[in-house]
Design a protein around this ligand. Structure first.
Ligand SMILES: [Zn+2]
Length: 299
């Protein structure tokens, strides 16, 4: 059966808006499928054909060298250093060793990145209780061991869906539809992390949690695919403009629910979706997102 949402025609983005991509994986070291244009063409498309202001790209140990090399010859790009969430069968000792390496890197290279992440909880990819507990343990440790660095955090938060129930522990609270949101909020509050230093990247809901998290002062980032998802469109309505950021998560996500290979300039679709839901102009959205992004990332 054809997915109805793929038939939605997105609102048209305007030209000449100041664009900010607050989270992407550009340039991608190994594209997951054939890109539409070269990395240089994507860069020119963002900064010259559109009025791109800056790109905040996220990497990890795996693509750090590749992205840094590109950034040496391309200005107006900033980097956030992330780590892969535990979701495989490695032992706890191995995850601890990885974490220590990561923290050492963060402590010794503070001039190489503007924020810590993406990292977080992903109970879609971690389906067993053991892995989920490991993720929570590592998440808490990373926050505890990096908070003195005073850098913003970029969070990846994916709650388990009904299909992600841990079959061996079906009644465990870690199968709950909002469990990752709750654990993360608890840890951030316990560790006294100021909400104004935290971005929830590609926040996936549920809907009532958008306003709740924004009210505490956190930033929520709207992906370029937002218009294609009902839950996202409803979410946008309840989040004040002062707490909203825009991102593509390129080369992942799309301006449509299903679509072409994503690129940072598609962040204009996030702006169009926000303006449409809030019934304000795209210019108002773009201007405020620019202010928000500069504030959060200290740019
Ligand atoms: Zn990402």
């Amino acid at each position: 059966m054809r997915d109805k949402s793929s038939q939605i025609i997105p609102v048209q983005p305007e030209d000449d808006l100041p664009l900010v991509d607050c989270h992407c994986h550009y340039p991608d070291k190994e594209p997951y499928r054939k890109p539409l244009m070269s990395h240089q063409a994507e860069y020119d498309h963002f900064f010259e054909e559109n009025k791109g202001q800056f790109i905040i790209t996220s990497g990890s140990e795996w693509d750090y060298d590749f992205i840094q090399e590109f950034m040496e010859t391309h200005d107006r790009m900033y980097f956030t250093m992330g780590v892969v969430n535990p979701s495989d069968r490695r032992s706890s000792e191995k995850f601890n060793a990885k974490r220590r390496e990561y923290i050492d890197f963060l402590i010794n290279n503070t001039d190489k990145y503007i924020a810590i992440g993406e990292f977080g909880l992903d109970f879609h990819h971690a389906k067993t209780l053991k892995m989920r507990k490991e993720q929570v343990h590592q998440f808490k440790k990373i926050v505890q061991e990096t908070k003195q660095l005073n850098k913003p955090y970029v969070l990846h938060v994916r709650n388990p869906s009904e299909k992600d129930v841990d079959q061996k522990n079906p009644d465990h609270e870690y199968n709950g539809a909002t469990i990752c949101n709750r654990i993360i909020l608890d840890i951030l509050e316990e560790e006294e992390i100021p909400p104004s230093k935290v971005m929830w990247h590609c926040f996936s809901g549920p809907v009532e949690w958008g306003p709740k998290i924004a009210e505490k002062g956190y930033y929520l980032s709207v992906p370029s695919s937002a218009y294609g998802f009902k839950r996202w469109r409803r979410n946008i309505k309840g989040i004040p403009l002062e707490n909203i950021l825009t991102e593509t998560d390129a080369c992942f996500q799309h301006p449509f629910k299903m679509g072409t290979f994503n690129t940072p300039a598609n962040v204009k679709y996030s702006i169009a979706a926000i303006a449409h839901e809030k019934e304000i102009t795209q210019k108002q959205v773009a201007d405020q997102v620019l202010v928000n992004a500069k504030k959060l990332f200290g740019i």
